[in-house]
Design a protein around this ligand. Structure first.
Ligand code: PEP
Ligand code: MG
Length: 325
């Protein structure tokens, strides 16, 4: 099996009936890029920049950030790199910000909410990213977007920082795609409106599942409710993909679900364009996808959307993929 995977390292990701998708990797540091390339990643689908801010006692400088972003872009050599702006809060704290404790941190002051208030922090990150943009194919996305206003504000700040750099005579790429993570149900429901304003969506199922099912992703006692295959989740994913495609936008997924062999046939059938996963899952996923037909997976997905329970969906996928072998 390993030998078969190795052969796929430099191959595109194509179903047996000729449908292309992109397999990307999630990374946390520039050092992770080596693993992405070794495993045949076609892109970085999620660069979690919060690690630059964690495990230290002060904010990273613009220069430190610039160097990290530039390193990733250069190593990826023109392949797309989706960088997520700071997603702190929830389970990821920055003690040096001195923020008061909250009763419900996962529903609290985190990610883009914090960035829109602490614009001093946000603007430095955006500046570093914009400066680094000339070194590769940068795409930006904002985490935890719940409303259109948040996206508009974040994008306006980005454009302001870009303008400032231009005035300073610093070069900035002018084809940077700007997207959002879809990880809050309100945003999935409003995807048709968002699709008119964003360049792409990346579905963050880790959070989307927890918020849709109202089940803390860290709490073992309610883990039975943390159901990636619940038809409710699949229907939300479908809404997002359909809304994006109607506006000619692409949709990725960067939650754990994107690399899950049981979910991949369903996501393929729902029309997902980009799957972002841990680097070591890429070659197995490429191999799996090469044996599936899009037409069959579309039928499978249509059936799954009509199931009543997550368990039924899992059974359906098992039966369907075994039959087609
Ligand atoms: C997600 O929520 O699915 C996601 C990819 O972000 P994180 O796991 O970093 O919250
Ligand atoms: Mg998330």
């Amino acid at each position: 099996q390993r030998a078969e995977w190795a052969k796929l390292r430099n191959e595109p990701t194509v179903t047996c009936d000729g449908h292309h998708v992109e397999l990307a990797a999630n990374i946390g540091t520039p050092a992770d890029v080596t693993g992405v390339i070794d495993n045949g990643g076609e892109a970085v689908g999620l660069y979690r920049t919060e690690f630059l801010y964690m495990g230290r006692d002060q904010l990273p400088t613009e220069e430190e950030q610039y160097n990290a972003y530039k390193a990733v872009l250069k190593k990826m050599d023109g392949k797309p790199v989706v960088v997520r702006t700071l997603d702190i809060g929830g389970d990821k704290e920055l003690p040096y910000l001195g923020l008061p404790g909250e009763l419900n941190p996962f529903l609290g002051f985190r990610a883009v909410r914090l960035c829109l208030e602490r614009q001093d922090i946000f603007r430095i990150q955006l500046r570093a990213l914009l400066r680094a943009s000339v070194h590769g194919n940068l795409r930006l996305m904002f985490p935890m977007i719940a409303t259109l206003e948040e996206f508009r504000q974040a994008k306006a700040i980005l454009l302001e920082e870009k303008e400032k750099l231009v005035v300073e005579g610093i070069q900035v790429a002018d084809d940077i795609q700007v997207g959002i993570m879809v990880e809050i149900p309100s945003t999935a429901v409003m995807a048709d409106q968002f699709a008119k304003e964003v360049d792409f969506f990346s579905i963050g199922t880790n959070d989307l599942i927890q918020y849709t099912m109202a089940a803390d992703r860290m709490n073992e006692r309610v883990s039975y409710l943390y159901q990636p295959y619940n038809p409710a989740i699949l229907r939300l994913v479908k809404m997002v993909i359909d809304a994006a495609h109607r506006e000619g936008r692409w949709v990725g997924m960067c939650g754990e679900m994107a690399g899950d062999p049981t979910a991949i046939p369903l996501l393929l059938g729902l029309g997902l364009d980009e799957f972002s996963m841990s680097a070591t899952s890429i070659l197995p996923a490429r191999s799996q996808i090469s044996k599936l037909s899009l037409a069959d997976m579309q039928q499978l997905a249509a059936k799954a959307l009509e199931m009543h329970t997550a368990e039924e969906v899992v059974e359906l996928v098992k039966d369907f993929t075994e039959d087609s072998r």
